[in-house]
Design a protein around this ligand. Structure first.
Ligand code: ATP
Ligand code: MG
Length: 304
């Protein structure tokens, strides 16, 4: 079954990333609401075909902790990737209200299970763990998206990377961990930063007072790793984050070890109304955002 742009009815803009826009769309043949992500790349047809082929593995990637993949296609030099629509959006939109520790524990549990699934079932490193890539639906389920399935896509994204907030582990920045410059442990570092950001509402390296991206890189590589505020979080939570943010990648726990950590054992056993949290946090996000502005004519709908 081939998914294509002509089957999509564009409903609204969900967000804007470095490489393009993500739209909420209605897929007419299946009558399913989807999220359609655009990735603008300067690539030849062969490379684009390679990416679409590599993304196809995702049809086998079914997990409750991974956003469902519906299909991909390209138009000109853009790759379009359709996936499960997550009603409450990404974690960065839900944390300004403050995430209670019990909810944070459940979120972390899902992220670790998602990362473990990617590693064990697909043998892939996520490479881009951060709050915007952790999505929440209206049932309160937490799922990962935007992981590095396609080698070809990873390569071209690495070449065009312009990000300034770096969730990259020190060994990735200095390129000392193996032939690829990083390992599966590098995602564990990014997980630690993601937890602190979700807990405190800001990127952990934001407030160090540096003036440019080099100072930020310097803080990551040479400074002490950030911590959860111990006044507001349990000892178990703080210890979990400290384990993730060990500057020595070999000393960071693997996913199995993380799942056995007291904080996640406790999270697994606890009952938290995630659906209620998600709907409240999302309502607050919508209230802050205000009424949506005039109908947006997306660039994608003019192309076919
Ligand atoms: P970057 O480009 O640096 O990776 P990003 O992750 O924010 O940043 P995109 O992946 O393009 O960029 O996503 C843009 C926004 O769209 C996200 O921040 C998220 O809020 C929203 N979004 C992405 N996928 C979905 C989805 N499946 N359901 C709902 N919202 C989504
Ligand atoms: Mg993303």
């Amino acid at each position: 079954y081939k998914i294509s742009m002509s089957q999509m009815c564009v409903l609204e803009v969900l967000g804007l990333g470095q490489y393009g826009v993500v739209h909420k769309v209605f897929h007419r043949p299946t009558r399913v609401i989807m999220a359609l992500k655009e990735i603008r790349l300067e690539l030849n047809k062969r490379a684009l075909q390679q990416i679409i082929m590599e993304l196809d593995v995702l049809h086998k990637a079914r997990s409750p902790y991974i956003v469902d993949f519906y299909g991909a296609f390209f138009i000109e030099s853009c790759v379009y990737y359709s996936m499960e629509f997550m009603e409450c959006g990404s974690l960065d939109r839900l944390y300004p209200a403050g995430i209670p520790e019990a909810v944070l524990g459940k979120i972390t549990l899902s992220v670790v299970k998602g990362l473990q699934f990617l590693k064990d079932k697909l043998n892939i490193i996520h490479r881009d763990v951060k709050p915007t890539n952790v999505l929440v639906n209206k049932k309160g389920e937490v799922k990962l998206c935007d992981f590095g399935v396609s080698g070809e896509l990873n390569q071209s994204l690495a070449k065009t990377h312009v990000g300034c907030q770096s969730y990259m582990a020190p060994e990735r920045i200095i390129g000392t961990a193996g032939p690829e410059g990083y390992t599966i442990q590098s995602d564990v570092w990014s997980l630690g930063l993601t937890i602190i950001e979700a807990a405190t509402g800001r990127f952990p390296y934001e407030n160090i007072g540096f003036t440019n991206v080099f100072d930020q890189i310097n803080a990551i590589v040479n400074g002490d790793p950030p911590k959860l505020p111990s006044s507001r979080y349990s000892e178990a939570a703080c210890d979990f984050v400290n384990c993730c943010l060990n500057k020595d990648s070999n000393s960071r726990p693997n996913y199995q070890k993380l799942l056995e950590h007291p904080w996640l054992v406790e999270a697994e056993a606890s009952t938290v109304d995630m659906e209620d949290w998600a709907s409240r946090a999302h309502a607050l996000f919508l209230a802050r955002k205000g009424p949506s502005s005039s109908p947006y004519v997306p660039h994608t709908s003019t192309r076919r």
